[in-house]
Design a protein around this ligand. Sequence first.
Ligand code: KG4
Ligand code: ZN
Length: 338
Amino acid sequence: MNILAVESSCDETAVAIVADGRRVLTDCIASQVELHRVYGGVVPEIASRKHIEAIYALADQALLNANLIRDQIDAVAVTYAPGLIGAVLVGVNFAKAAAMAMNKPLIPVHHIRGHIAANYIAYPELEPPFVCLVVSGGHTMLVDVQDYTKMEILGGTLDDAAGECFDKVARVLGMPYPGGAALDKAAKEGDETKYVLPRSKPGANPLDMSFSGLKTAALNLIHHEEQVGGELDINSLCAAFSAAVSDTLVPRTMMALQKCGYKKLAVAGGVAANSRIRADILAAAEQLGAKVYMPPLSLCGDNGAMIGAQAYYEYLAGNTADMSLNAYATKSILGEAL
Ligand code: KG4
Ligand code: ZN
């Protein structure tokens, strides 16, 4: 089953064609990062306009790359939530038009489910159940993936997402948007013990997390050094910050694994590219005798292939939509009726 999958929830326009949920025939991405960089973050209105400009040519390119004609596409999938509403709308309307024109089923896919499914592409043998640590620019949560379309949220951030904090701290340090990768690189040259940053334990659920206190502490430290004319050791601050984020995520992830009784752990989302988090996850999981699944860096960020992968399983579960499908800025990962 060849699925043409569209992703436009943030600042990447992406169209992929995925066969049977696991085989990527093509994965075309038009990144807008350079455009938004001058503003230090994504400007939603610009993102929507650029998606419109890119999406048609990208879909043609995808067919060309995969050496397929429209008749060989069996369904159209699209990220319908969550994301920047104007941006998601572009993908949803394009997908609706394409499905209607080709008279093929339309499959709505939740963006975070897509991130989790990036692991199905990277690891053909991976099947649920497993625990997934989702860490993206907008979401941070631990998910019990009981089946391809049946999930439970075990815990998550009560305030900022981890990626959002990486980006804010990086921005104040003068690193270009999105700063997570640059901060990660700087951290490798630093001494994490030079600065002390907090690890908070919010709420009653031990699997919940908080990052806003950590972000504020890092920003205060940077501003304080500026005010007193001190010399900030940027690399060490990045190392201390990355260590604090990892110390928040990794023990809870292991707790989640033990709670569910699984020996399989997946990681998903843009922040899954972080070298410190990857290394800490591998070491901690080894102690529990659990196997770790982490997508290659190319599949950690937003892409169309992950949407095509999840779409296959949504289709098998009967989760298709008609032309009344809408886009949503926020929506739970749990499979509510559409
Ligand atoms: O999943 P994603 O591409 O977009 C969302 O769905 O939000 O995640 C983007 C986030 C950004 O915050 C970016 O800075 C972060 O992933 N990121 C990283 C790294 N690479 C990307 N954060 C920390 N370390 C990295 N190496
Ligand atoms: Zn994403």
